[in-house]
Design a protein around this ligand. Structure first.
Ligand code: 3HC
Length: 308
């Protein structure tokens, strides 16, 4: 039997892999890669909507947006903690992000031009995140799957508050309705890209499916997201910017056009419109927070000294 016979058996039996279990080095590094990217996405994802907290139109909207952005920070911290169970160091992961050696979700490379973007991010971006993250609650790596359970519960609040914001704007003035449609036009295709490249161009999906890290492929989850979003768009009264969108009764799914995969490649290799600003802000926050980390480490060391 191979060195990882117990690992193979656990995967075959749909059992969780836990931190102390033997695992192939490639499984470990794949989990660190995916969890780190996910954590980075949550932390960077605070920026686009954070820009609208001081400009929210009502106290209620401000309170909701504050709660949501705070949730994203918490999601990032859970996920960095999950990565640490695999031996990763959170400071090292942050440096890899800042130096462009690790990625964050392409979706956060787009600007938030109006308050309607806050609603569309909630509806489409958090909706896509839910499609992607609910299956991850059954991911083979225990700490990651368990982190997903609370994250998914909070994401459903994020998605609902966004959709409710848009329903309010769509029952407002013509200018508000135009703002919503403009935001949908700008965020629809980037939301489809959140699920990754087509399966045929995905170097990681096959192995991640074999190890039950992923439970569905990129294309399967993208299709699920489109099928979920089309009726919601109709209910809202907005048009999705895809002339190829049509119900296909023989497939029992919506047919839809293909995103610009060259754009995804460009964005995830650092060419996104907002990448420079997002990373500069993350670098500044890391610098500004150094004294807090040093003080916490000194306090922990002192306590350890006293405990001895
Ligand atoms: N953005 C950035 N990078 C992407 C990407 C995207 N939308 N889609 C693919 N990539 C990268 C992959 O990371 C991989 O690069 P790497 O090997 O250097 O890491 C490469 O492109 C090839 O893609 P694959 O499909 O082969 O890679 P994966 O198997 O890792 O699949 C994924 C990509 C579907 C994003 C997967 O990593 C995943 O499911 N991650 C967990 C969920 C996640 O990260 N969601 C991001 C959004 S978080 C969020 O939405 C916050 C919420 O509050 C809004």
């Amino acid at each position: 039997m191979t060195d990882f016979a117990l690992f193979d058996q656990a995967i075959a039996r749909d059992q969780r892999i836990e931190p102390a279990d033997e695992m192939p080095e490639r499984y470990r590094s794949t989990m660190i890669r995916q969890i780190a990217q996910h954590a980075h996405s949550e932390i960077i994802g605070m920026q686009p909507e954070g820009e609208w907290i001081t400009r929210a139109p009502t106290l209620r909207r401000k309170a909701i947006l504050l709660a949501k952005v705070q949730d994203e920070a918490g999601h990032g911290l859970y996920l960095y903690s999950a990565a640490e169970t695999l031996g990763a160091d959170r400071g090292d992961l942050t440096q890899r992000l800042i130096e462009g050696r690790q990625k964050y979700s392409s979706i956060f490379n787009y600007p938030t031009l109006s308050f309607a973007d806050v609603g569309v991010i909630g509806w489409l971006v958090d909706g896509a995140a839910i499609c992607n993250q609910v299956p991850l609650c059954r991911s083979s790596y225990g700490p990651y799957a368990r982190a997903m359970i609370r994250i998914c519960k909070e994401e459903s609040f994020h998605q609902r508050q966004g959709y409710e914001l848009l329903l309010t704007m769509m029952s407002g003035t013509a200018a508000q309705r135009d703002m919503v449609q403009d935001a949908v036009d700008r965020w629809w295709w980037p939301s489809l890209m959140m699920f990754g490249p087509p399966d045929a161009d995905s170097p990681n999906t096959a192995q991640s499916m074999a190890w039950k890290i992923k439970r569905h492929t990129n294309d399967e989850l993208r299709q699920r997201f489109v099928d979920m979003s089309v009726p919601q768009a109709a209910e809202l009264g907005v048009t999705l910017p895809d002339p190829e969108l049509a119900w296909n009764a023989s497939r029992d799914h919506y047919d839809f056009g293909q995103p610009d995969w060259d754009e995804l490649r460009r964005v995830i290799s650092g060419g996104g419109a907002m990448n420079e600003q997002r990373i500069a802000r993350r670098r500044q926050a890391d610098t500004d927070g150094a004294w807090v980390r040093e003080a916490a480490a000194a306090h922990a060391a002192k306590n350890l000294e006293v405990a001895r």
